[in-house]
Ligand binder design. Structure first.
Ligand code: ADP
Length: 465
Protein backbone atom coordinates (compact mmCIF):
# COMPACT_ATOMS: atom_id res chain seq x y z
CA UNK A 1 0.00 0.00 0.00
CA UNK A 2 1.18 3.50 -0.82
CA UNK A 3 2.26 5.70 2.08
CA UNK A 4 -0.02 8.76 2.57
CA UNK A 5 2.93 11.15 2.34
CA UNK A 6 3.76 9.89 -1.17
CA UNK A 7 0.19 10.25 -2.46
CA UNK A 8 -0.57 13.06 -4.96
CA UNK A 9 -1.75 16.22 -3.19
CA UNK A 10 -5.23 15.80 -4.74
CA UNK A 11 -5.82 12.52 -2.90
CA UNK A 12 -4.23 13.84 0.30
CA UNK A 13 -6.70 16.74 0.36
CA UNK A 14 -9.67 14.42 -0.19
CA UNK A 15 -8.42 11.88 2.33
CA UNK A 16 -7.85 14.39 5.11
CA UNK A 17 -11.12 16.25 4.55
CA UNK A 18 -13.09 12.96 4.50
CA UNK A 19 -11.32 11.70 7.62
CA UNK A 20 -12.04 14.94 9.44
CA UNK A 21 -15.67 14.81 8.38
CA UNK A 22 -15.91 11.18 9.50
CA UNK A 23 -14.53 11.98 12.98
CA UNK A 24 -16.89 14.95 13.27
CA UNK A 25 -19.79 12.80 12.17
CA UNK A 26 -19.01 10.02 14.67
CA UNK A 27 -18.64 12.49 17.56
CA UNK A 28 -21.84 14.30 16.61
CA UNK A 29 -23.81 11.05 16.36
CA UNK A 30 -22.53 9.75 19.71
CA UNK A 31 -23.64 13.01 21.29
CA UNK A 32 -27.00 12.95 19.57
CA UNK A 33 -27.57 9.29 20.47
CA UNK A 34 -26.80 9.79 24.16
CA UNK A 35 -28.98 12.93 24.37
CA UNK A 36 -31.88 11.16 22.66
CA UNK A 37 -31.45 8.03 24.77
CA UNK A 38 -31.49 9.86 28.09
CA UNK A 39 -34.39 12.07 27.00
CA UNK A 40 -36.50 9.08 25.96
CA UNK A 41 -35.64 7.15 29.13
CA UNK A 42 -36.74 10.11 31.27
CA UNK A 43 -39.97 10.23 29.27
CA UNK A 44 -40.59 6.50 29.84
CA UNK A 45 -39.80 6.87 33.55
CA UNK A 46 -42.28 9.72 33.79
CA UNK A 47 -44.94 7.57 32.10
CA UNK A 48 -44.62 4.66 34.52
CA UNK A 49 -44.28 7.01 37.51
CA UNK A 50 -47.54 8.60 36.46
CA UNK A 51 -49.12 5.15 36.14
CA UNK A 52 -47.83 4.22 39.60
CA UNK A 53 -49.37 7.39 41.05
CA UNK A 54 -52.75 6.57 39.50
CA UNK A 55 -52.67 2.96 40.75
CA UNK A 56 -51.69 4.03 44.27
CA UNK A 57 -54.34 6.74 44.29
CA UNK A 58 -56.96 4.18 43.29
CA UNK A 59 -56.03 1.76 46.13
CA UNK A 60 -55.70 4.61 48.54
CA UNK A 61 -59.25 5.67 47.68
CA UNK A 62 -60.51 2.08 48.11
CA UNK A 63 -58.84 1.44 51.44
CA UNK A 64 -59.71 4.69 53.21
CA UNK A 65 -58.44 3.99 56.77
CA UNK A 66 -58.81 0.19 56.76
CA UNK A 67 -55.95 -1.83 55.21
CA UNK A 68 -56.79 -3.61 51.92
CA UNK A 69 -57.40 -7.31 51.84
CA UNK A 70 -56.27 -9.69 49.09
CA UNK A 71 -59.94 -9.95 48.16
CA UNK A 72 -60.03 -6.20 47.52
CA UNK A 73 -57.08 -6.62 45.16
CA UNK A 74 -58.74 -9.46 43.26
CA UNK A 75 -61.87 -7.42 42.80
CA UNK A 76 -59.86 -4.45 41.40
CA UNK A 77 -58.80 -6.64 38.40
CA UNK A 78 -61.08 -4.90 35.91
CA UNK A 79 -59.90 -1.43 36.82
CA UNK A 80 -56.23 -2.42 36.67
CA UNK A 81 -56.86 -4.07 33.30
CA UNK A 82 -58.20 -0.78 31.97
CA UNK A 83 -55.37 1.17 33.53
CA UNK A 84 -52.53 -0.78 31.95
CA UNK A 85 -51.49 0.81 28.67
CA UNK A 86 -49.90 -0.54 25.53
CA UNK A 87 -46.69 -2.50 26.08
CA UNK A 88 -47.27 -2.31 29.79
CA UNK A 89 -48.00 -4.68 32.65
CA UNK A 90 -49.38 -3.85 36.10
CA UNK A 91 -48.90 -6.60 38.65
CA UNK A 92 -49.84 -6.67 42.33
CA UNK A 93 -47.94 -9.05 44.60
CA UNK A 94 -48.79 -10.06 48.13
CA UNK A 95 -46.24 -9.94 50.94
CA UNK A 96 -44.90 -13.38 49.97
CA UNK A 97 -44.26 -12.33 46.38
CA UNK A 98 -47.19 -14.23 44.86
CA UNK A 99 -49.10 -12.58 42.04
CA UNK A 100 -52.55 -11.44 43.13
CA UNK A 101 -53.55 -9.84 39.87
CA UNK A 102 -51.68 -9.05 36.65
CA UNK A 103 -52.95 -6.93 33.79
CA UNK A 104 -50.77 -7.01 30.74
CA UNK A 105 -50.74 -5.62 27.25
CA UNK A 106 -48.11 -7.46 25.21
CA UNK A 107 -45.82 -8.15 28.19
CA UNK A 108 -45.46 -11.88 29.07
CA UNK A 109 -45.94 -12.32 32.80
CA UNK A 110 -43.36 -15.08 33.28
CA UNK A 111 -40.39 -13.09 31.94
CA UNK A 112 -40.44 -10.55 34.77
CA UNK A 113 -39.39 -12.07 38.13
CA UNK A 114 -41.61 -10.99 41.02
CA UNK A 115 -39.85 -8.97 43.71
CA UNK A 116 -41.08 -7.49 46.98
CA UNK A 117 -39.83 -4.01 47.85
CA UNK A 118 -40.06 -1.85 50.95
CA UNK A 119 -39.37 1.44 49.15
CA UNK A 120 -40.10 2.61 45.62
CA UNK A 121 -37.39 1.59 43.19
CA UNK A 122 -36.63 1.51 39.48
CA UNK A 123 -35.21 -1.56 37.78
CA UNK A 124 -34.34 -2.65 34.26
CA UNK A 125 -34.13 -6.17 32.88
CA UNK A 126 -32.96 -7.37 29.51
CA UNK A 127 -34.01 -10.49 27.67
CA UNK A 128 -32.62 -11.71 24.40
CA UNK A 129 -35.30 -9.82 22.47
CA UNK A 130 -36.40 -6.98 24.65
CA UNK A 131 -35.72 -4.58 27.49
CA UNK A 132 -38.13 -3.77 30.34
CA UNK A 133 -38.28 -0.81 32.63
CA UNK A 134 -39.80 -1.66 36.03
CA UNK A 135 -41.06 0.58 38.82
CA UNK A 136 -41.90 -1.16 42.10
CA UNK A 137 -43.63 0.41 45.05
CA UNK A 138 -44.82 -1.11 48.39
CA UNK A 139 -48.62 -1.48 48.99
CA UNK A 140 -49.94 -1.96 52.54
CA UNK A 141 -52.25 -5.00 52.80
CA UNK A 142 -53.94 -6.37 55.91
CA UNK A 143 -51.58 -9.39 55.97
CA UNK A 144 -48.30 -7.58 55.19
CA UNK A 145 -46.71 -5.28 52.63
CA UNK A 146 -47.41 -6.22 49.05
CA UNK A 147 -45.88 -4.64 45.95
CA UNK A 148 -47.25 -2.83 42.92
CA UNK A 149 -45.13 -3.48 39.83
CA UNK A 150 -45.47 -1.39 36.70
CA UNK A 151 -43.50 -2.85 33.82
CA UNK A 152 -42.94 -0.99 30.58
CA UNK A 153 -41.66 -2.81 27.54
CA UNK A 154 -38.96 -0.83 25.76
CA UNK A 155 -39.69 -2.46 22.41
CA UNK A 156 -40.90 0.69 20.65
CA UNK A 157 -38.25 2.81 22.30
CA UNK A 158 -35.45 0.45 21.20
CA UNK A 159 -36.96 0.08 17.73
CA UNK A 160 -36.92 3.85 17.38
CA UNK A 161 -33.32 4.09 18.54
CA UNK A 162 -32.27 1.36 16.12
CA UNK A 163 -33.97 3.15 13.25
CA UNK A 164 -32.29 6.37 14.32
CA UNK A 165 -28.88 4.67 14.30
CA UNK A 166 -29.47 3.24 10.80
CA UNK A 167 -30.64 6.60 9.44
CA UNK A 168 -27.64 8.39 10.99
CA UNK A 169 -25.26 5.77 9.65
CA UNK A 170 -26.67 5.99 6.13
CA UNK A 171 -26.76 9.78 6.19
CA UNK A 172 -23.20 9.86 7.52
CA UNK A 173 -21.86 7.45 4.93
CA UNK A 174 -23.71 9.35 2.23
CA UNK A 175 -22.27 12.68 3.35
CA UNK A 176 -18.74 11.23 3.54
CA UNK A 177 -19.11 9.87 0.00
CA UNK A 178 -20.49 13.22 -1.13
CA UNK A 179 -17.71 15.17 0.58
CA UNK A 180 -15.14 12.84 -0.98
CA UNK A 181 -16.67 13.44 -4.40
CA UNK A 182 -16.87 17.21 -3.78
CA UNK A 183 -13.30 17.14 -2.47
CA UNK A 184 -12.04 15.51 -5.66
CA UNK A 185 -13.78 18.18 -7.78
CA UNK A 186 -12.46 21.07 -5.63
CA UNK A 187 -8.95 19.60 -5.48
CA UNK A 188 -8.94 19.10 -9.26
CA UNK A 189 -10.08 22.69 -9.78
CA UNK A 190 -7.51 24.03 -7.32
CA UNK A 191 -4.67 21.99 -8.65
CA UNK A 192 -5.41 22.86 -12.26
CA UNK A 193 -3.54 26.16 -11.79
CA UNK A 194 -0.64 24.41 -10.04
CA UNK A 195 -0.49 21.87 -12.88
CA UNK A 196 -0.44 24.74 -15.38
CA UNK A 197 2.57 26.27 -13.60
CA UNK A 198 4.32 22.89 -13.43
CA UNK A 199 3.63 22.23 -17.09
CA UNK A 200 4.99 25.66 -18.06
CA UNK A 201 8.14 25.13 -15.97
CA UNK A 202 8.79 21.81 -17.72
CA UNK A 203 8.29 23.48 -21.11
CA UNK A 204 10.71 26.26 -20.15
CA UNK A 205 13.26 23.64 -19.20
CA UNK A 206 12.87 22.01 -22.60
CA UNK A 207 12.21 24.83 -25.04
CA UNK A 208 13.37 28.10 -23.51
CA UNK A 209 12.42 31.22 -21.62
CA UNK A 210 9.49 32.40 -23.75
CA UNK A 211 6.85 29.99 -22.33
CA UNK A 212 4.28 31.50 -19.92
CA UNK A 213 1.57 30.15 -17.60
CA UNK A 214 -1.78 30.53 -19.43
CA UNK A 215 -4.41 32.62 -17.62
CA UNK A 216 -7.59 30.72 -16.63
CA UNK A 217 -9.64 33.75 -15.65
CA UNK A 218 -9.84 32.71 -11.99
CA UNK A 219 -8.50 35.08 -9.35
CA UNK A 220 -7.03 33.21 -6.39
CA UNK A 221 -3.70 32.77 -4.60
CA UNK A 222 -2.50 30.03 -6.92
CA UNK A 223 -3.22 32.00 -10.09
CA UNK A 224 -1.41 34.89 -8.40
CA UNK A 225 1.65 32.64 -8.10
CA UNK A 226 1.30 31.94 -11.82
CA UNK A 227 1.12 35.66 -12.59
CA UNK A 228 4.14 36.34 -10.38
CA UNK A 229 5.98 33.53 -12.10
CA UNK A 230 5.14 35.07 -15.51
CA UNK A 231 6.33 38.50 -14.38
CA UNK A 232 9.59 37.00 -13.09
CA UNK A 233 10.06 35.17 -16.36
CA UNK A 234 9.38 38.41 -18.29
CA UNK A 235 12.10 40.18 -16.31
CA UNK A 236 14.46 37.26 -16.65
CA UNK A 237 13.89 37.03 -20.38
CA UNK A 238 14.29 40.78 -20.75
CA UNK A 239 17.55 40.80 -18.84
CA UNK A 240 18.71 37.74 -20.78
CA UNK A 241 17.93 39.47 -24.07
CA UNK A 242 19.62 42.66 -22.84
CA UNK A 243 22.67 40.64 -21.94
CA UNK A 244 22.66 39.02 -25.37
CA UNK A 245 22.22 42.39 -27.04
CA UNK A 246 25.05 43.81 -24.94
CA UNK A 247 27.45 41.07 -26.03
CA UNK A 248 26.34 41.48 -29.68
CA UNK A 249 26.74 45.29 -29.54
CA UNK A 250 30.07 45.12 -27.74
CA UNK A 251 31.54 42.59 -30.14
CA UNK A 252 30.27 44.63 -33.07
CA UNK A 253 31.97 47.74 -31.68
CA UNK A 254 35.18 45.85 -31.02
CA UNK A 255 35.24 44.24 -34.46
CA UNK A 256 35.84 47.48 -36.44
CA UNK A 257 39.02 48.69 -34.64
CA UNK A 258 40.40 45.15 -34.59
CA UNK A 259 39.79 44.85 -38.35
CA UNK A 260 41.55 48.19 -38.91
CA UNK A 261 44.55 47.08 -36.81
CA UNK A 262 44.74 43.78 -38.71
CA UNK A 263 44.51 45.60 -42.06
CA UNK A 264 47.29 47.99 -41.07
CA UNK A 265 49.55 45.21 -39.84
CA UNK A 266 49.15 43.05 -42.97
CA UNK A 267 49.80 46.12 -45.14
CA UNK A 268 52.96 46.77 -43.12
CA UNK A 269 54.11 43.19 -43.59
CA UNK A 270 53.68 43.39 -47.34
CA UNK A 271 54.88 46.85 -48.24
CA UNK A 272 55.59 48.87 -45.14
CA UNK A 273 59.10 47.54 -44.43
CA UNK A 274 60.57 49.44 -47.35
CA UNK A 275 58.27 52.45 -47.34
CA UNK A 276 58.99 54.71 -44.35
CA UNK A 277 55.97 56.97 -45.10
CA UNK A 278 53.55 54.03 -45.19
CA UNK A 279 55.20 52.59 -42.10
CA UNK A 280 54.68 55.83 -40.22
CA UNK A 281 51.04 56.18 -41.33
CA UNK A 282 50.16 52.56 -40.54
CA UNK A 283 51.79 52.70 -37.13
CA UNK A 284 49.96 55.95 -36.37
CA UNK A 285 46.61 54.48 -37.38
CA UNK A 286 47.27 51.26 -35.46
CA UNK A 287 48.14 53.22 -32.33
CA UNK A 288 44.99 55.33 -32.73
CA UNK A 289 42.82 52.23 -33.04
CA UNK A 290 44.57 50.58 -30.10
CA UNK A 291 43.82 53.67 -28.00
CA UNK A 292 40.22 53.62 -29.23
CA UNK A 293 39.99 49.96 -28.23
CA UNK A 294 41.41 50.51 -24.78
CA UNK A 295 39.12 53.52 -24.17
CA UNK A 296 36.14 51.51 -25.36
CA UNK A 297 36.98 48.65 -23.06
CA UNK A 298 37.31 50.98 -20.07
CA UNK A 299 33.94 52.58 -20.89
CA UNK A 300 32.39 49.15 -21.24
CA UNK A 301 33.75 48.27 -17.83
CA UNK A 302 32.35 51.51 -16.47
CA UNK A 303 28.91 50.71 -17.89
CA UNK A 304 28.95 47.15 -16.60
CA UNK A 305 29.88 48.50 -13.15
CA UNK A 306 27.05 51.06 -13.29
CA UNK A 307 24.61 48.31 -14.26
CA UNK A 308 25.61 45.68 -11.76
CA UNK A 309 26.81 47.69 -8.75
CA UNK A 310 24.30 47.41 -5.96
CA UNK A 311 23.67 50.43 -3.75
CA UNK A 312 25.62 48.87 -0.92
CA UNK A 313 27.03 52.04 0.54
CA UNK A 314 25.04 53.92 3.13
CA UNK A 315 23.01 56.74 1.65
CA UNK A 316 25.06 59.89 2.00
CA UNK A 317 23.39 63.30 1.97
CA UNK A 318 25.69 65.68 0.16
CA UNK A 319 25.71 69.28 -0.95
CA UNK A 320 25.83 69.11 -4.79
CA UNK A 321 27.28 72.63 -5.29
CA UNK A 322 31.00 71.90 -4.59
CA UNK A 323 30.88 68.84 -6.90
CA UNK A 324 29.33 70.87 -9.73
CA UNK A 325 31.72 73.79 -9.21
CA UNK A 326 34.68 71.44 -9.30
CA UNK A 327 33.54 69.76 -12.54
CA UNK A 328 32.96 73.15 -14.21
CA UNK A 329 36.36 74.40 -13.05
CA UNK A 330 38.08 71.38 -14.65
CA UNK A 331 36.20 71.86 -17.92
CA UNK A 332 37.08 75.58 -17.99
CA UNK A 333 40.77 74.67 -17.77
CA UNK A 334 40.47 72.00 -20.49
CA UNK A 335 38.30 74.05 -22.88
CA UNK A 336 39.46 77.64 -22.64
CA UNK A 337 37.53 78.59 -25.80
CA UNK A 338 34.19 77.75 -24.10
CA UNK A 339 32.06 80.00 -21.93
CA UNK A 340 30.74 78.10 -18.88
CA UNK A 341 27.91 79.67 -16.87
CA UNK A 342 26.66 78.50 -13.52
CA UNK A 343 23.18 79.55 -12.37
CA UNK A 344 21.74 78.69 -8.92
CA UNK A 345 18.16 79.20 -7.68
CA UNK A 346 17.02 78.79 -4.01
CA UNK A 347 19.45 75.93 -3.60
CA UNK A 348 21.03 76.97 -0.27
CA UNK A 349 21.19 74.15 2.21
CA UNK A 350 19.63 71.56 -0.11
CA UNK A 351 21.15 68.11 0.11
CA UNK A 352 20.90 65.18 -2.29
CA UNK A 353 21.27 61.45 -1.60
CA UNK A 354 24.17 60.69 -3.92
CA UNK A 355 27.74 59.44 -3.97
CA UNK A 356 29.89 62.48 -4.97
CA UNK A 357 32.01 60.38 -7.37
CA UNK A 358 28.87 59.21 -9.22
CA UNK A 359 27.52 62.78 -9.51
CA UNK A 360 30.88 63.88 -10.85
CA UNK A 361 30.92 60.99 -13.34
CA UNK A 362 27.48 62.02 -14.68
CA UNK A 363 28.47 65.70 -14.93
CA UNK A 364 31.64 64.83 -16.82
CA UNK A 365 29.64 62.75 -19.33
CA UNK A 366 27.09 65.56 -19.90
CA UNK A 367 29.64 68.41 -20.06
CA UNK A 368 31.82 66.33 -22.38
CA UNK A 369 28.84 65.78 -24.73
CA UNK A 370 27.95 69.48 -24.58
CA UNK A 371 31.52 70.35 -25.62
CA UNK A 372 31.75 67.57 -28.26
CA UNK A 373 28.46 68.45 -29.96
CA UNK A 374 28.86 72.25 -29.96
CA UNK A 375 29.76 74.13 -33.15
CA UNK A 376 30.48 77.85 -33.43
CA UNK A 377 28.55 78.87 -30.32
CA UNK A 378 30.80 77.62 -27.55
CA UNK A 379 28.44 78.35 -24.68
CA UNK A 380 27.43 75.95 -21.91
CA UNK A 381 25.14 76.73 -18.99
CA UNK A 382 24.72 74.69 -15.87
CA UNK A 383 21.59 75.58 -13.79
CA UNK A 384 20.78 74.19 -10.36
CA UNK A 385 17.40 74.64 -8.83
CA UNK A 386 15.56 73.24 -5.80
CA UNK A 387 12.04 72.00 -6.62
CA UNK A 388 9.49 70.24 -4.33
CA UNK A 389 11.41 67.13 -3.20
CA UNK A 390 14.18 67.08 -5.77
CA UNK A 391 17.11 69.10 -7.01
CA UNK A 392 17.15 69.79 -10.73
CA UNK A 393 20.44 70.17 -12.59
CA UNK A 394 20.34 71.29 -16.23
CA UNK A 395 23.25 71.23 -18.68
CA UNK A 396 22.41 73.39 -21.69
CA UNK A 397 24.40 73.88 -24.89
CA UNK A 398 23.84 75.66 -28.20
CA UNK A 399 25.25 72.84 -30.30
CA UNK A 400 24.04 70.63 -33.14
CA UNK A 401 21.09 69.19 -31.20
CA UNK A 402 19.47 65.77 -31.51
CA UNK A 403 16.74 64.93 -34.06
CA UNK A 404 13.36 64.37 -32.41
CA UNK A 405 13.13 60.67 -33.40
CA UNK A 406 16.58 59.95 -31.89
CA UNK A 407 15.92 61.52 -28.48
CA UNK A 408 14.26 58.42 -26.92
CA UNK A 409 17.14 56.25 -28.16
CA UNK A 410 20.21 58.18 -27.05
CA UNK A 411 20.02 56.67 -23.54
CA UNK A 412 20.49 53.18 -25.03
CA UNK A 413 23.90 51.57 -25.14
CA UNK A 414 25.99 52.20 -28.28
CA UNK A 415 23.38 54.55 -29.72
CA UNK A 416 24.92 57.38 -31.70
CA UNK A 417 22.97 59.83 -33.81
CA UNK A 418 25.63 60.39 -36.41
CA UNK A 419 27.79 57.31 -36.27
CA UNK A 420 30.64 58.48 -38.47
CA UNK A 421 31.03 61.91 -36.91
CA UNK A 422 30.60 60.68 -33.38
CA UNK A 423 33.31 58.06 -33.76
CA UNK A 424 35.71 60.74 -34.97
CA UNK A 425 34.91 62.74 -31.86
CA UNK A 426 35.74 59.71 -29.73
CA UNK A 427 32.15 58.75 -28.80
CA UNK A 428 31.14 55.13 -28.23
CA UNK A 429 27.48 55.78 -27.54
CA UNK A 430 27.96 54.65 -23.95
CA UNK A 431 28.16 57.92 -21.99
CA UNK A 432 24.42 58.62 -21.64
CA UNK A 433 23.73 54.90 -20.97
CA UNK A 434 26.17 55.01 -18.04
CA UNK A 435 24.67 58.28 -16.74
CA UNK A 436 21.16 56.84 -17.03
CA UNK A 437 22.06 53.65 -15.12
CA UNK A 438 23.65 55.70 -12.34
CA UNK A 439 20.59 57.96 -12.09
CA UNK A 440 18.28 54.92 -11.89
CA UNK A 441 20.37 53.60 -9.03
CA UNK A 442 19.56 56.71 -6.99
CA UNK A 443 15.87 56.79 -8.08
CA UNK A 444 16.59 59.90 -10.12
CA UNK A 445 15.76 60.53 -13.77
CA UNK A 446 17.20 62.04 -16.96
CA UNK A 447 15.15 64.07 -19.42
CA UNK A 448 16.55 65.26 -22.74
CA UNK A 449 15.17 68.28 -24.57
CA UNK A 450 16.76 69.12 -27.89
CA UNK A 451 16.27 70.82 -31.21
CA UNK A 452 18.50 70.31 -34.23
CA UNK A 453 20.90 73.26 -34.75
CA UNK A 454 19.49 75.08 -31.69
CA UNK A 455 20.97 73.09 -28.86
CA UNK A 456 20.37 70.48 -26.21
CA UNK A 457 19.36 70.58 -22.54
CA UNK A 458 19.87 67.53 -20.39
CA UNK A 459 17.82 67.69 -17.17
CA UNK A 460 18.73 65.63 -14.11
CA UNK A 461 16.23 65.18 -11.29
CA UNK A 462 17.92 64.09 -8.08
CA UNK A 463 16.10 63.03 -4.91
CA UNK A 464 16.51 65.71 -2.27
CA UNK A 465 15.65 66.19 1.42
P1 ADP B 1 28.89 59.39 -27.18
O1 ADP B 1 30.03 58.86 -26.42
O2 ADP B 1 28.80 58.90 -28.55
O3 ADP B 1 28.72 60.85 -27.03
P2 ADP B 1 26.54 59.28 -25.53
O4 ADP B 1 25.81 58.11 -24.98
O5 ADP B 1 27.09 60.23 -24.56
O6 ADP B 1 27.64 58.69 -26.47
O7 ADP B 1 25.54 60.01 -26.48
C1 ADP B 1 24.79 59.30 -27.42
C2 ADP B 1 24.52 60.12 -28.63
O8 ADP B 1 23.62 61.18 -28.31
C3 ADP B 1 25.72 60.82 -29.19
O9 ADP B 1 26.40 59.99 -30.11
C4 ADP B 1 25.19 62.04 -29.84
O10 ADP B 1 24.76 61.73 -31.15
C5 ADP B 1 23.94 62.36 -29.03
N1 ADP B 1 24.21 63.45 -28.04
C6 ADP B 1 24.46 63.32 -26.74
N2 ADP B 1 24.61 64.52 -26.14
C7 ADP B 1 24.42 65.45 -27.08
C8 ADP B 1 24.41 66.87 -27.09
N3 ADP B 1 24.68 67.60 -25.99
N4 ADP B 1 24.19 67.49 -28.28
C9 ADP B 1 23.93 66.77 -29.38
N5 ADP B 1 23.92 65.44 -29.47
C10 ADP B 1 24.14 64.77 -28.30
Amino acid sequence: MKKVSTLPIKYKLVLWSSLLLFILFVLYNILQYSVLNSWMLTEENNVIEQKMKETKAYYHERSKSIPLTEQDIYSSGDYIERLSGNHQMIRILNSKGNTLISASQDVPDEIIPAKIVQTEEFDQIKTSENRFLILRSPLLLNNGTGTIEIIQSMEIFDGLLNKFIIVMLLAGLGSIALSGFGGVIIAKQLLKSVKNILHTMKKIQKTGLHERVPSNGIKDEITEIGELFNETMDKLEESFLQQKQFVADASHELRTPIAIIRGNLSMLRRWGKNDPKLLEESLESTLEEAKYLSDLVSELLELSRAESEKQKEQIEWINPIPVIENALRNFKILHKDFEFIMDMKNIEGSLIAFQPRHLEQILVILLDNAVKYSKEQKWIKCSIQKKENFVQIEIEDKGIGIPKQDIPMVLNRFYRVDKARSRKQGGYGLGLAIANRLMEKYNGSIIIESEVNKGTTVILKLVSD
